[in-house]
Ligand binder design. Sequence first.
Ligand code: SER
Length: 741
Amino acid sequence: MDSNLVRKNFVEFFKTKSHQINSSASLVVKNDPTLMFVNSGMVPFKQYFLENSISKHSRITNSQKCLRVSGKHNDLEEVGYDTYHHTFFEMLGNWSFGDYFKQETINWAWELLTEVYKIDKEDIYITVFEGSDDADNLPIDAEALDIWKKIVPKSHILYGNKKDNFWEMGEQGPCGPCSEIHIDIRSKEEKAKISAVDLVNKDHPQVLEIWNLVFMQYNRKASGALEDLPKKHIDTGLGLERLCMVLQGVNSNYDTDLFTPIIDEIEALTGFNYKGKSTDTDVAMRVISDHIRAVSFSIADGKLPSNTGSGYVIRRILRRAVRYGFSFLGMKTPFIYRLVNVLSGKLGVIYPELITQKQFIENVIKEEEIAFLRTLDQGLIILDQIVKSSSDKLISGKKAFELYDTYGFPIDLTSLILNEKNLSLDIVGFNKELQQQKNRSKAASESSIEDWVVLIDDPIQEFVGYDMLSTKVKITKYRRVNSVKEGDSFQLVFNLTPFYAESGGQVGDKGYLESTNGDVIYILDTKKENNIVIHSVKELPKKINELFTAVVDKKQRFRTECNHTATHLLHQALRETLGKHVEQKGSAVHSKYLRFDFSHYEKISDNQLIEIENYVNSRIDGQLPLVENRHVPMQDAINSGAIALFGEKYEDVVRTIKFGYSFELCGGTHVKNTSEIWQFKIKSEGAIASGIRRIEAITNDAVKDYHKETNKQFIQIKNLLNNTKNCLLYTSPSPRDGLLS
Ligand code: SER
């Protein structure tokens, strides 16, 4: 069964059980400080499990793009050595938000596996949570056990401990016992030698878990205590690659149709043959075929390789692929980018972003390859110097660490090269240096978050900040945050809020809370977490249960709005001036400036920049009114020409923003008329990655300051040249002058 059919059969099956079929959310997580990437199918639904918002559908099914580069079994450095762990994988899932629970979940899983996929019942093994006698003191999952007993022979039911059979989303949050489904795909002879019962959860490559059915019934609090969830939920995750391995009768995920076209292409490009063994060349091919998927999907979803945060994770994955190609397949020139073509041929039908952004993904990967191969070349020279200057056969761990840390030269390559020269590496010394560095950065970034203290139990919160900048609010919950860097602070949630939380590139509002007796608490930032707006303050109000007046900093908001509207006009200007291939790749809308990243392949000439600036300023002079529609069905918005950003998560009903011909899906705040922006000025333009350019620009007050500064410089130059002529200096009043607080 071809992987496309396997995927389709899954979602179609759950459709017959009244599930809504969703498309995969972006791989890149936004508005969740605990995660960079979606690492499980349930991540895009966290807000529903936490009951911060209510899902329109209580039953959903989909195939979700996931990326795991750390955690149980999934250290990046391990991928490629076995045949069934990956960085990127697809997780098929079915969800119930307070709807069905264990009975339906178990019965449907069995029906799908045995009747639709026709997996032999004899090969299926089930695990059930055995309970725990630790601090949680949890009972055995008797409910699941009873249901399983009715459909599976007792000899195929095993009991699992907390590590394997109790699933937790993270340190805090919804969790519960789970039942894993394992399949034995060994040959008859192997089965006769040893029972699968002894191989379940023992890292056997042919007796492996394919599906995890999680029964969310508890909430883990920051204190570590468990409490019952008011509503019970279902979260299941079935690994598509493993399921394909089972259904296609092969012994490795890399032998399924999801990987073979990529491996064939690696063979063609490198001249090596893949034999499916554990030789260095086979491992290298598995590494590369896995990593090209992770990197391509991340780039398509807007996460480019960089030196920080999640961008650095992508850079590490790609560099690992380059390193394996370099060390084991003799590839000293870029070649990994050439695999994007087969990948998009294979998965582009399901994930069209691989087709629409193919060229872009190829360019980014190729540039990264070139840069890293250059690093490797430099590193080789430095390593040679280290070797020559060392009188010892053991090369110092400290020196190897410097090479790794300062030049990005991989330690395993150092080790390999030293081996070839009959030298050895002081790996203990290297690990010591590495650990010390880890400790330093961990200490600097450590913070702890306490449990919410709930004052009013009403999790659904309203955002009123499109229409008002101040309103009466009640604090519904608060929590303390302690960070090594910044000390104690608090986070507050209100029943309703005029504060815009950082999202879609726009910064969060600042402002204050005023109590009835005039005490003021400053709100330093506003962020969103699992769909809840969180306001950061340094101290708590004295009487926390009062009614407060929440006031947004009008000036900061207005300046930010000028920049946000100008960003939309700039987007349109770029598409009109440079062409429709221009796609937004990122933006930052602050009160002092705006930044816009977009796809374009060459430098923008000075004349084009003037044209772009003029285009935006003519729309400002044109006094275009804001035309806003807050509740449009997503598809209607797209059909009527609104631009959606790829990788952005949209609800079924969206908000559209129109200024003249600029028409976008957007949740941000904007001026009511473009004339309020006063003026737009481009400050810089340049490349930030291959095929991606960045424009930084300013509006309104910042442009006035800019003119003042240029005028000052003009006078200085005039004086320097002893020019006594009277020159008219440029000043112009803003239509908004006097309106600002
Ligand atoms: N959340 C569970 C897992 O990741 C099931 O989807 O295994």
